[in-house]
Design a protein around this ligand. Structure first.
Ligand SMILES: Cc1cc2nc3c(=O)[nH]c(=O)nc-3n(C[C@H](O)[C@H](O)[C@H](O)COP(=O)(O)O)c2cc1C
Length: 247
């Protein structure tokens, strides 16, 4: 296939969880942030807010509240991408518009905007030699995070991304493989996978375990974990703000 630098870098990017001491310059930070806001955005509304966490004590706290991941405290740049349906509401109020309150469709659109902006930041950082890792656990502990980050109504932290220069050791580690394309891409409509195809989606991850052993352990560790349940509890609370009756 005729590769170019963009495609090669998208293929090579991997999550980086161990960083060197090298700082990210203000110029690099701004390049990452500018790339984020150049992402496609529904109706050019930029339905997100990006929180740049510079306070070390706040990073330390987030490294605890986001499922105890110490690498958050060690990251050189920490960005939280929030779905933001509040800013436009304030703007409509400012203009004296007759407006409805945001619903779940607005929230989903804002989540899409926030994630797309985040991924632009990730790609831009990688092109500068800066590694990153998403932290999904920012969705947990709604009560703590709303207070800690002063989140107004109709905002929700969708993802946190931590950045830093990769340690030499992690650059030598292999990127986790993906499932074969034919298991992910469906032609024209959704086609349920056969038993054989389902098994093939995780084949390269078994490392000597049986399909049943590996899947049971994975289910326990990820899907059925306490952090996953906490994520849904918190997300339900954010969601309720968007499910009021007055529309
Ligand atoms: C929404 C989302 C949430 C994630 N949350 C975490 C996290 O909390 N901690 C972590 O170490 N990695 C996290 N990751 C990184 C994934 O584990 C990683 O992308 C996946 O294993 C594939 O590896 P790769 O990014 O190196 O290709 C997250 C990724 C995404 C997209």
């Amino acid at each position: 296939m005729n590769m170019n630098d963009v495609i090669r870098e998208l293929n090579e990017r991997k999550s980086i969880r161990a960083f060197t001491d090298q700082m990210i310059s203000a110029e690099e930070r701004d390049a990452i942030l500018n790339a984020a806001v150049q992402a496609p955005t529904a109706g050019n509304q930029q339905l997100y807010a990006i929180l740049n966490i510079t306070d070390q004590s706040l990073k330390n706290r987030l490294s605890e509240t986001c499922d105890h991941q110490p690498m958050i405290a060690r990251a050189k740049l920490v960005l939280i991408f929030c779905a933001d349906c509040s800013r436009w509401l304030e703007l409509y109020k400012e203009a004296g518009c007759d407006f409805r309150t945001p619903g779940t469709g607005d929230l989903i659109l804002a989540c899409e905007d926030a994630c797309i902006a985040a991924q632009n930041a990730v790609t831009a950082a990688w092109s500068l030699g800066i590694g990153s890792c998403y932290i999904g656990d920012i969705l947990e502990n709604v009560e703590i995070h709303q207070k800690l980050l002063h989140l107004p109504e109709y905002t929700m932290p969708v993802c946190m991304v931590i950045f830093g220069y990769p340690s030499a050791e992690v650059m030598n580690q292999l990127k986790p493989q993906r499932a074969d394309l034919d298991l992910i891409v469906h032609e024209n409509a959704y086609h349920s996978l056969s038993s054989q195809q389902l098994r093939r989606t995780v084949q390269q991850r078994l490392h000597g375990e049986t399909f049943e052993q590996w899947t049971a352990a994975f289910c326990n560790r990820k899907y059925d974990s306490s952090f996953s349940r906490e994520m849904s509890r918190s997300a339900d609370i954010y969601l309720k703000q968007f499910q009021k009756e007055d529309r």
